[in-house]
Design a protein around this ligand. Structure first.
Ligand SMILES: Nc1ncnc2c1ncn2[C@@H]1O[C@H](COP(=O)(O)OP(=O)(O)OP(=O)(O)O)[C@@H](O)[C@H]1O
Ligand SMILES: [Mg+2]
Length: 308
């Protein structure tokens, strides 16, 4: 059985109904939504009035239908970037495009419709995505509120979605009585339930057993296979990242490295910033003076004798 989808209806940024073609998945599916970040900076203001720089110049392009895992140490900006891509927060500076449309140019109403139908975000901490006093079935119904009656008939029935994440027995269970892992799987089922063109999931498997983790990964990858959905997950688990053809590693609020088809690459950032691979960083601490010399297709980085 395929996952079902919401057929896009034509629309224009700023008002009305969001809808745009993406890359094809299965024949007839709307396909995925590509994403592009240009010089994205994000600051948080703390209660004490200090600014925290969470992102400091992110340039990133994710093609329609791509599947990407975001990695990186705690505090490196993964959740911030995901929330910006999902239109939940707006960047302090820089530009974010969903398909051909720039998020900062979208009106609130248009953005809300986009988030309700085409772009699903599962935030870090499953309960933030759920109505804890409601049942699993009611949460799925709530996630699909923006769909038309016809669209609702096209997406997967609630029972089937819950079966896919191993929650068939929890259909009428209230979220408040569920375990952390059950909430995590329900939150993902809700995010997937509209058949989105872009699915963003922040640590969707961090609390799961191996078996439940595999259920969740199967659902994520089926969205990509059946609908052409663009899928982006944040994870700290190498075995989860290994199921994604592309990884993006955040470091200090920037894209530090990328993995493609099993090879790791450092990424030259804005103003020529280049992160050292983490296994080298301890031997080359901040402040180390280095000489950089181009040599055909290489850059030779060396530490002069008297500064080592
Ligand atoms: N609401 C907030 N107010 C102030 N600072 C924040 C807020 N949210 C995040 N930050 C700060 O922004 C930076 C990036 O945080 P973010 O949550 O994006 O990191 P992360 O990579 O997702 O980390 P983790 O792996 O722990 O989830 C951190 O320094 C964090 O302390
Ligand atoms: Mg996070």
């Amino acid at each position: 059985m395929s996952l079902g989808y919401v057929a896009p209806s034509g629309g224009r940024a700023g008002d009305g109904d969001p809808g745009a073609p993406g890359a094809p998945g299965a024949p007839g599916a709307p396909g995925g939504l590509g994403v592009r970040c240009e010089g994205v900076v994000h600051l948080y203001r703390t209660f004490e009035g200090h600014d925290v720089v969470a992102l400091q110049g992110v340039d990133l392009e994710i093609d329609a239908g791509e599947r990407v895992a975001f990695l990186g140490p705690s505090g490196s900006g993964k959740s911030t970037l995901l929330a910006l891509l999902g239109g939940i927060q707006r960047p302090s500076a820089g530009r974010i495009f969903l398909g051909d449309e720039e998020v900062s140019r979208m009106g609130e109403r248009y953005l809300a419709r986009l988030r309700a139908r085409r772009v699903s975000t599962m935030l870090q901490g499953a309960s933030r995505n759920l109505l804890t006093y409601a049942t699993a079935r009611q949460n799925l119904g709530f996630a699909r509120l923006a769909l038309s009656a016809r669209e609702r008939r096209e997406v997967l029935p609630e029972e089937e979605l819950l079966r896919m994440v191993g929650l068939a027995q929890q259909l009428d269970q209230v979220v408040a009585t569920m375990s952390g892992g059950q909430r995590q799987r329900l939150a993902l089922a809700c995010a997937a339930s509209t058949g989105p063109q872009l699915l963003l999931a922040d640590e969707p498997t961090s609390q799961l057993s191996h078996e439940d983790r595999d259920h969740v990964l199967t659902l994520l990858h089926r969205l990509g296979d059946d609908l052409g959905t663009t899928v982006v997950v944040v994870t700290h688990q190498p075995e989860v990242a290994a199921t994604f053809p592309r990884t993006v590693t955040m470091k200090g609020g920037r894209v530090g490295a990328e993995g493609r088809d099993g090879s790791e690459y450092a990424v030259v950032g804005a103003e020529g910033v280049l992160h050292l691979p983490s296994h080298l960083a301890a031997e080359w601490p901040a402040g180390t003076l280095v000489r950089i010399e181009p040599e055909e297709r290489r850059l030779v980085v060396s530490r002069p004798e008297d500064h080592s």
